[in-house]
Design a protein around this ligand. Structure first.
Ligand SMILES: [Zn+2]
Length: 372
């Protein structure tokens, strides 16, 4: 794989802004690049439904030989947060951002790898099966594009998917990811003048504090976590606060443990509220379902064999977060996340390790062209 070409393409891509729900201009650049390879892209039309300016981009690359499985390649086109005007700086083997912004290697390293691999397949006229390339929108704000994707357009479903949204270590595949719930709490107490008649009030903030202090939070065990992440309430120091709202989440690789933890967090709030004569309104929502694939699954097996073919040590990893792979697995497409060379995502220290990206590109090419 040509290192310079990968670096040039990556630097071009990160300089084009693509905030969640504002991906249209960037998506058209991707579509143009695919058109340059003689490939058509289709927008699945979900943009208006998710208040975005474009939908997910789907591109079918026809098979050039028989005997290969149909493989889906995916990554997301949006970058996290609201950083714009990203300027990449090349420093020996690493690319950083010039300012205090993210770099956008999450997931533009993945896009670089997909486009470069399609280019290599075309240049070298390599035999491969059908490829279904899916660029999702609005991943960073809750896997929104993947959740709303028009899966009818993927029929017949690809046999497996590789999501290029992983870490720095070439050869690493995330084959397991947790289940996750989001929980929103509202406590309604009673307002009163804090100095004149506090005894007639019911302090919603105090109830929230009691409930949260009773919860098990943080790392619960080696496969479960929980967090309260936001809290709002009250209006002035001289008013007993009537309402407070707070939000949290729980995750676990075991669905039963997740259900138990979510129930426990809700119970703590219900108990504290009822003891104080307040009202608790709670909404829980399954954010995504987990998955667990192993070496017996074709998608993992292919990743391992291809890694060995390009002298990489395959490394199966249990992830702690959700990604579009969770949603694809839910929809019946066995999916793993593979490394791209990107490191420290979602921070100003984010970087791309160039030799890792080059190796990941060789790996992806091997995955696609592997004859089994
Ligand atoms: Zn990402």
């Amino acid at each position: 794989m040509n290192r310079d070409a990968l670096v040039t393409l990556f630097c071009e891509l990160v300089q084009i802004d693509s905030l969640s729900k504002h991906e249209a201009a960037f998506a058209s650049v991707i579509a143009d690049k695919l058109a340059g390879l003689g490939l058509d892209t289709t927008d699945d039309g979900v943009g208006p439904r998710i208040n975005g300016d474009c939908g997910n981009l789907i591109c079918r690359v026809p098979a050039t030989a028989d005997g290969f499985p149909a493989i889906m390649l995916n990554t997301h086109v949006d970058t996290v947060g609201d950083d714009t005007g990203i300027q990449p700086v090349i420093n020996d083997d690493e690319i950083h951002s010039a300012g205090d912004t993210i770099l956008g290697a999450d997931a533009k390293a993945g896009i670089t790898l997909i486009l470069s691999t399609l280019q290599a397949l075309d240049d070298q006229k390599l035999p491969h099966g059908e490829l279904v390339v899916v660029f999702t929108v609005a991943e960073e704000i809750g896997l929104v594009g993947a959740q709303h994707l028009d899966y009818e357009m993927l029929q017949p479903l690809p046999r497996m998917a590789y999501v290029l949204d992983g870490g720095v270590t070439a050869g690493r595949m995330t084959t397991q990811a947790p289940y996750a719930d989001n929980i929103s709490f509202e406590i309604r107490g009673k307002a009163a003048h804090a100095g004149v008649e506090p005894e007639t009030g019911i302090n919603a903030i105090q109830i929230a504090a009691q409930a949260i202090s009773q919860m098990k939070l943080g790392r619960l065990d080696d496969e479960s976590t929980a967090n309260i992440g936001t809290i709002q309430g009250g209006s002035a120091t001289n008013i007993v606060p009537e309402v407070t709202t707070f939000e949290g989440e729980a995750r676990s690789h075991q669905e039963e443990k997740l259900i138990r933890q979510t129930r426990d967090m809700c119970q703590k709030v219900e108990e504290a509220a009822s003891q104080a004569g307040a009202e608790a309104n709670i909404t829980t929502e399954r954010n995504y379902n987990g998955f667990a694939l192993g070496p017996d699954d074709a998608v993992v097996q292919r990743g391992i064999t291809a890694a060995e073919q390009v002298s990489l040590e395959p490394n199966l990893h249990k992830g702690g977060g959700g990604s579009d792979a969770n949603i694809f697995n839910e929809h019946g497409i066995p999916s793993v996340i593979i490394a791209t060379g990107a490191h420290k995502p979602h921070t100003p220290e984010e970087l791309l390790h160039i030799p890792s990206m080059v190796k990941c590109c060789e790996w992806l090419l091997a995955i696609i062209t592997l004859q089994q």
